[in-house]
Design a protein around this ligand. Structure first.
Ligand code: ADQ
Length: 671
């Protein structure tokens, strides 16, 4: 099935105006057919009907639903339903629902008069958090498909959203760092809380076993034409429904090549602007054209766009869709995981982005004089992240500390003034972690399991790691680890400058990372110099990252800046004490050790050092080593406090919901 894309309509249709009327009719039929099937199959069976209502299924996607898992995998194949059928259905539903508690169904019609949704009108009062109590007769209904519905009495009706994540990577399908982790976990946490969630990312095929990650995704046979870079590009969509989330993969030849999502051994791909422009266009079409589980997400949705790769989305919404009446009630939140990467290219590439000419100002960017390369360089460029900062409804970063840092000249990478101007809609929410994947009591990658109440398995993990790395087996020697991209952000240069002093200590040190070739070569050379003490593992290897996290005593993170940081969270969960530079999310999540607090019991979960100098880092490491050797009880306290922290996505998801509500309280920022 070749769906009609919005771009296609604009380019082929005689009218420059786009309205709901112009939407592909087959989608409306799909919705109606779906609604009618629900009624026909389930009406008369109170439990099932109520369950359907409680799961928030409505014909018009994008409306606020009620808590539960709204995704249906039922394959409804009936034909369409006429107006008469709809009205009958509504009357009967009203009859069923309206007694006593005042719950009624309110139909919403599109401009053709077709019923596109039924609103529940709850009788209850809303409180400040926009939560309403479930009507009595919904309370004993278990939401269909919900993984954890809690006790019957606790069931709540909560406002839910149709959420579209747009991202360059999402684990386990694709991951080069923390962005993949977050976009692989947060959608699942939000879906578990009743939201309808779609993640749109590229379908990367690089000819390795990683291609198997997409084995469960089926071709939706729903190609869409995208107009950009002076041509028409056909993209396809693949889909997998997993853990309550619609994982949608954009398929295009430019995502099929050796290497990682951004580059290969020769460096970053030269056409990344093209590849992620395609992603953004495709992501804007996906909610309109993909009948997932029988019906589309629709246009009243909430886009969560991650980093520069997805930053064109709010600009497209404002410039290409809203002027024609589409996505008028949608909202878009930009999530900044790393401000250092902004998607900057020459100004001449603007014409390739598929934006109207008069919107240049949204993404146009001028480098300050000092950053220009020669006297004739005007400094003009297009900056996709900047485009998102000035058009998104709200902006989020992945920790509170970082949300402040990016408004300063030191942390703003040239965008601090723009970000300061929007600080009223700028918030920080600390990332969570996947507490099932990262759980030392069940982790499939480690040889011995342990927990905060029984730490005995940790030393076995340490011995196993020493064996695996070919280091001398020394259970009492402090083993320090580093995991991460080898680049300037992560402070590798600080480790490099401190290596001679570090190697003079009675310690072992293991580094896992890939990135800058100079640092990779440096790791290899240190390993050959300090064979008894140092191991450098060049590459990207998830199982070994688990074993290092479990087997080490200390994790070192001297990041120059760190929007949140996940490895220190994983480390704490594994009883591995973090030593971090006091910046961004590292400062927010690691509490500096105070040995005499709590009447001598001690307080804190690690060490935070500042300023970012070799001396200050070495001093923190030496203090940690002394504590490890000479104060075992204090060390155990540090481990246990870290392990008992709540880093779950559940906690973060609740905070995200608050920001979603704020986004919908305000009108769209760019109408
Ligand atoms: N060689 C290797 N082998 C195996 N696994 C490896 C690896 N190198 C890195 N990883 C893994 O990649 C992830 C890195 O996450 P981080 O949050 O620490 O940094 P990153 O800078 O990529 O993320 C950005 O986005 C995240 C998410 O918001 C922010 O936390 C962070 O501050 C920001 O810089 C971790 O899961 C880590 O284990």
């Amino acid at each position: 099935m070749g769906a009609v894309s919005f771009s296609q309509m604009l380019s082929s249709g005689p009218s420059p105006f786009y309205s709901v009327q112009a939407r592909p009719r087959n989608l409306e039929v799909g919705r109606r057919s779906y609604l009618f099937s629900v009624w026909r199959r389930r009406y008369g069976c109170d439990q099932l009907l109520m369950r359907r209502l409680a799961t928030g299924v409505s014909g018009r996607s994008g409306e606020h639903g009620v808590v539960g898992n709204p995704q249906s995998q039922d394959g409804f194949s009936d034909g369409g339903v006429g107006e008469e059928g709809e009205d009958k259905m509504m009357t009967m539903m009203k009859k069923k629902q309206s007694g006593g508690n005042g719950l009624v169904m309110d139909p919403e019609r599109d401009i053709n008069g077709s019923v596109v949704s039924y609103h529940l009108i709850p009788p209850a009062q809303t409180d400040g958090n926009l939560l309403v109590s479930a009507p009595e007769d919904l309370r004993d209904v278990e939401p269909e498909g919900a993984e954890d519905v809690g006790s019957i009495e606790e069931a709540k009706v909560r406002i839910t959203y149709n959420i579209i994540f747009v991202t360059a990577e999402a684990a386990p399908y694709s991951k080069t760092g923390g962005l993949g982790d977050v976009c692989g976990s947060l959608p699942i946490a939000l879906a578990a809380r009743g939201h309808r969630v779609m993640v749109v990312c590229p379908r990367y095929l690089n000819g390795t076993s990683a291609d198997e990650n997409y084995a469960g995704a089926v071709d939706m046979k729903c190609s869409t034409n995208i107009y950009c870079f002076g041509d028409v590009q056909e993209v396809n969509f693949f889909h997998e429904y997993r853990k309550g989330v619609d994982w949608v993969f954009v398929d295009h030849p430019s995502y099929q090549r050796p290497g990682n999502p951004y580059g290969d051994v020769y460096g970053a791909f030269g056409d990344n602007q093209f590849r992620f422009t395609l992603l953004c266009h495709a992501a804007c079409e996906a909610p309109l054209v993909l009948p997932l589980g029988g019906f589309t997400y629709g246009e009243n949705c909430l886009f969560l766009v991650n980093d520069w790769h997805a930053s064109l989305v709010p600009v497209l919404l404002a410039s290409k869709y809203r002027p024609y009446g589409v996505y008028k009630d949608s909202r878009c939140i930009l999530i900044i995981h790393n401000l250092a990467h902004q998607g900057v290219e020459a100004a001449a590439t603007y014409k390739n982005l598929g934006l109207p000419a008069q919107w240049y100002g949204a993404v146009g960017w001028v480098f300050p004089t000092w950053a220009r390369t020669h006297a004739l360089d005007t400094g003009e460029a297009v900056n996709l992240l900047k485009g998102s900062i000035v058009t998104a409804d709200r902006i989020l970063t992945v920790s509170q500390g970082y949300s402040w840092e990016i408004t300063t000249p030191e942390g703003g990478y040239g965008l601090h003034e723009l970000l300061s101007n929007r600080k009223f809609v700028l918030n920080g929410i600390t990332n969570g972690i996947d507490v099932n994947e990262w759980n030392p009591s069940i982790d499939e990658h480690i040889c011995s399991h342990y927990s905060s109440t029984d730490l005995s398995g940790k030393v076995r993990c340490k011995i196993a790691l020493q064996k695996e790395l070919g280091l001398p087996i020394k259970p009492n020697c402090p083993l320090i680890g580093f995991i991460g991209r080898l680049d300037y952000q992560k402070g590798i240069d600080l480790i490099r400058s401190a290596t001679p002093e570090l190697m003079a200590e009675d310690i072992q040190f293991v580094m896992l990372g890939s990135g800058d070739h100079h640092f990779e070569d440096w790791m290899r050379s240190v390993e050959s110099t300090y064979k008894e003490k140092f191991r450098g593992w060049v590459g990207f290897n998830v199982p070994i990252s688990h074993r290092i996290t479990a087997g080490c005593d200390i994790l070192l993170m001297p990041s120059r800046f760190e929007p949140c940081g996940l490895n220190q969270l994983y480390a704490m969960r594994y009883g591995t004490v973090p030593i971090v530079h006091s910046t961004g999310g590292l400062r927010d999540t690691v509490q500096n050790f105070k040995p005499y607090a709590q009447e001598g019991e001690g307080e804190g979960t690690g060490w935070t050092f500042s300023p970012m100098t070799k001396e200050s880092m070495l001093s923190a490491i030496r203090t940690a080593i002394r504590t490890y050797r000479e104060h075992r009880a204090s060390w155990e306290g540090l481990m246990k406090r870290g392990m008992e922290n709540d880093f779950s996505w559940e906690r973060a998801a609740v905070q995200y919901e608050q920001v979603f509500q704020w986004a919908f309280l305000d009108p769209p920022y760019v109408k």
